[in-house]
Design a protein around this ligand. Sequence first.
Ligand code: PBG
Length: 331
Amino acid sequence: MRGMTAQFPVARPRRLRRTAPLRRMVAGTRLHPAELILPLFVKEGIAEPNPVSSMPGVLQHTRDSLRKAAHEAAEAGVGGLILFGIPAHKDARGSAADDPDGIVQVALADLAAEVGDALVLIADTCLDEYTDHGHCGLLTASGEVDNDATLERYAAAAVAQARAGAQVIAPSGMMDGQVAAIRAALDGDGFAEIPILAYSAKFASGYYGPFREAAECAPQFGDRNAYQQDPAGPIRESLREVELDLAEGADAVMVKPALAYLDVLRQIRDLVDVPVAAYQVSGEYAMVEAAAANGWIDRERVIMESLIAIRRAGADLILTYWATEIARRLA
Ligand code: PBG
């Protein structure tokens, strides 16, 4: 028989799987704490941190508990954190987004003073957490998101975040031209050195459900289908978004969600030379936690397997709510 000497197989892939040291030596896909980015939520006007019921283990932080969480992440060796704010007051234009006294700005200043040298402080730049209607931009009279009017708001928010101490700006609203608008505003305000991590391939996803509880940003009417990408859309649409963002000055790009879009991630990784991030979003987190709480899956094993899959598909950076836990486990 071919592939056999006498009755023995010539090739035995199992030889390299036999012991743990062998498997570790040939593994090839490795995670490092420095590649992990922890999303954190800070809420204005609360005395105690609020648990997010759909994301067991995740909190809406006070300014104090946020600092503690950031210190823990830094001590574990996590590479960076990305901050989302929930203001006490929302309005149609999302005024708190660029208010120097807005919750994200004051929290960024706290973090810059305490952990700014230990990990990278990333600000998510969008309007949905700040608008009373919950959309990612300003609305026209007929209730559509007004792309170009929104760009000015993003630019102002990004500058306010940079002034407060943000070290990377991450625009997540999927408006056309958002990277160019933010780049110009940062450069014009003396922040030419601040990189932009663009949410380039961001899909209109059911996996964001728990985040909308955590960030209190569910749209009050309609959905985000007219600005986020269609899950059934062609991959080349994501590649085009990436190319446009790079042409507009993005320094790194992101795919979001992660696990359901690993094919998109791989194609982007093969296309570009900049770092590619993947966001393991709230729904991905919640599904694992819920199944594990029921005893249906092995929590630690599935978390690690999902992160390895994202890494193997090509992510250089992974945003994950498990960042601190995983960093500790990797140590
Ligand atoms: C928008 C934003 C969202 C997430 C990150 N930035 C929500 C949305 O687009 O509706 C989702 C993150 C997650 O689900 O973990 N500012």
